[in-house]
Design a protein. Structure first.
Length: 202
């Protein structure tokens, strides 16, 4: 517990501030993957420590939604069986059941995870594998102008997923950020530096 005490204490202050200003608390970033060092493992350790806390009034029920990053524009990867969101939830439930700080049966952790919506705070076509995607290619993948395997793309798919309450395309523009992931940023940005719309923004 000592290793997580600072995080638990800090989170108790975040809870107080959110309550005072009527704000929603979103989880740290989590995505699919199991095992030590993965986001689901870290979040499960933190939630377990928070649940077991008797000092700082840390409450895991204060988390309103799960915060997901994933980069793929295939509609099927967001909607079909074994999609990114279900994988993330399954991995988080698995890690919550394995953590040692606060025991709950798997069914209770499943209910806890499923009770919260998902905010997909970053997504694009940048990490699909294969050849790099340019801005026109990003647009085509979300406008039914690419291979049929992409369907109608991630943007429309995420509008249809019931558990997703918000989603935000990455990225809007890259002015001043030319040295930060320049290829990915140019391939997916919605606006040019002068504010004009790129193909993906149209």
């Amino acid at each position: 517990m000592d290793d997580w005490e600072d995080y638990v204490e800090a989170f108790s202050y975040i809870i107080d501030a959110a309550d005072e200003h009527n704000l929603k608390i979103i989880s740290p970033t989590v995505r699919k993957g199991r095992g030590e060092g993965q986001e689901a493992w870290w979040l499960a350790q933190f939630l377990g420590a928070c649940e077991a806390d008797n000092t700082f009034e840390c409450s895991i029920d204060s988390i309103h939604a799960w915060y997901l990053h994933q980069y793929n524009c295939k509609a099927s990867r967001w909607e079909d069986a074994d999609n990114f969101i279900d994988q993330m939830k399954d991995d988080l439930v698995h890690e919550l059941t394995q953590q040692a700080y606060a025991y709950r049966p798997e069914s209770e952790w499943r209910a806890y995870v499923d009770a919260r919506s998902v905010w997909v705070s970053e997504y694009s076509c940048n990490h699909e594998g294969g050849d790099p995607v340019d801005n026109v290619g990003s647009c085509q993948r979300n406008a039914e102008q690419h291979h049929e395997n992409w369907g109608d793309g991630a943007v429309k798919a995420l509008d249809r997923v019931p558990s997703v309450s918000r989603h935000a395309w990455w990225t809007t523009q890259r002015s001043g950020l030319e040295e930060t992931n320049p290829e990915g940023g140019l391939a997916s940005r919605l606006c040019a530096a002068d504010g004009s719309l790129m193909p993906m923004g149209q």
